[in-house]
Ligand binder design. Sequence first.
Ligand code: ATP
Ligand code: MG
Length: 568
Amino acid sequence: MTMLQENAKEEKKSISFVEQSVEQDLAEGKNGGRIQTRFPPEPNGYLHIGHAKAICMDFGVAENYNGVCNLRFDDTNPSKEGTEYVDSILNDIQWLGFKWGNLYYASDYFKKLWDFAIWLIEQGKAYVDEQTSEQIAEQKGTPTQAGTPSPYRDRPIEESLRLFHAMNTPEAVEGSMVLRAKLDMSNPNMHFRDPIIYRIIQTPHHRTGTEWHVYPMYDFAHGQSDYFEGVTHSICTLEFVPHRPLYDHFVDELQAMENQSVYRPRQIEFNRLNLTYTVMSKRKLKALVDEHLVDGWDDPRMPTICGMRRRGYSPESIRKFIDSIGYTKFDALNDMALLEAAVREDLNAKSLRVSAVLNPVKLVITNYPEGETEEMIAVNNPENEADGTHTITFSRNLWIEREDFMEDAPKKFFRLTPGKEVRLKNAYIVKCTGCTKNAEGNIIEIQAEYDPQSKSGMDGANRKVKGTLHWVSADHCVKAEVKQYDRLFNVENPSADERDFRELLNPTSLNVLNECYVESFAADRKPGEYLQFQRIGYFMADTGSTPEHPVFNKTVGLKDTWAKMAKA
Ligand code: ATP
Ligand code: MG
């Protein structure tokens, strides 16, 4: 590519509406030209690919505009959160290839948020409500009908102050009282109808222990935390659009309390990532884990980052996929096949080619001496010469795929059939001479003769044969377990289905093959090494795989069989 073409390409790469807003703010000199974003996970579950979309945006904006992106755990609900989730989130973000500036916790601001709440009560802008959550919900009204004020709405400031302190004691009973902002019970935006801003929770917090007994609600923690940290652009998903006026309202109040008007954070929303045949709700994913419907958060069928990592997806492929779908203001359902195509493309460039036979049948090379072996050279990656080679042992007794032999084959069958030749990958051309069946008529062995002059790489080895088959040597391979995966759910959009999501699970999403044979070089591969089982697909050693008892996860097939099936 010439420089000119390169520049043209660069210019064509359009920026998202989020970046346009950021550029406009920069042009207007807002916040002194500073760009600061944050990724704010709640540590109540593992990250999934939807979070990866938010991560790419939050970190991407900071990177593109010389800003900083911090990581902030939104840990305001101790009853659902824990360090297991914190640790997994830290790990997954790094694996995706991102580095945060500072590491913050919303729990760092519990005192500041408490002080802000006290200030609001003192201003007559918040009150303690002693009704049950059901009563409060009943009084909310509807978008077209005003709500009913709480009987506690106009209680004396002193009383609310005293009760708010009482809420923050070990004796306080969960659900007995809440703190509400005194806003507007007839506002068309339901979030303004005196939202609950603090509740009593007696479960100890994973960081602050039993120091606090009241915890701020999302709307009273998120924008404020952004404000305390100096976030300039608080980028989140579309479901927060109706929360934005409240976000702005509390920022206004903070500015008033601090008597400053120079700096303020701004919320911008983009569309969530939804994928076909899976769910993104942490609540549902957690239920699958807790009810043992999957093999943990990192089950390779899960849409979690750790599940995809275990399955063999690369971080680059996930990022490329997210880049390709882009950011809009409309919710949509993205095709899983697009993600798989991105995975295939990336793994084609980086995977180690190895030989594995998943559905084995014996092939005996009858004219190859018993007991003799040869080390054949196998190219690690034809897409990258620098990846070098390894050797694979050839001998008289081999395993090949059962599907690669047919006794009575049609003309276009370019694999093994009596009287025809094929090349054995990295080895010789062999001619099939026959097969042996057992009493039931099942083929138990195939015979062939090899041509000693046809060794790969030799002069005269270039004789034309249509098919090339993979194989492993029966006495030099390792028996392996291979786990193949199908869609986790049977329906395209489980979240839109009325039935319980458990009923929609695909009962055959896991298929375990117990008698596979892999070359010893493959058996030694570890989780994290991208493999291609030649002619089959991409694979990765599973956690707990050992060279003696290797276990592999199928990442994705070489071709999109799903698209074909849909057409058929
Ligand atoms: P829950 O399922 O418990 O409501 P959540 O999925 O919103 O939680 P958070 O930890 O609150 O999880 O999310 C952190 C950030 O990731 C938020 O900014 C949120 O908007 C974003 N995010 C979550 N799910 C998606 C998704 N499917 N697509 C894009 N961004 C997402
Ligand atoms: Mg959330």
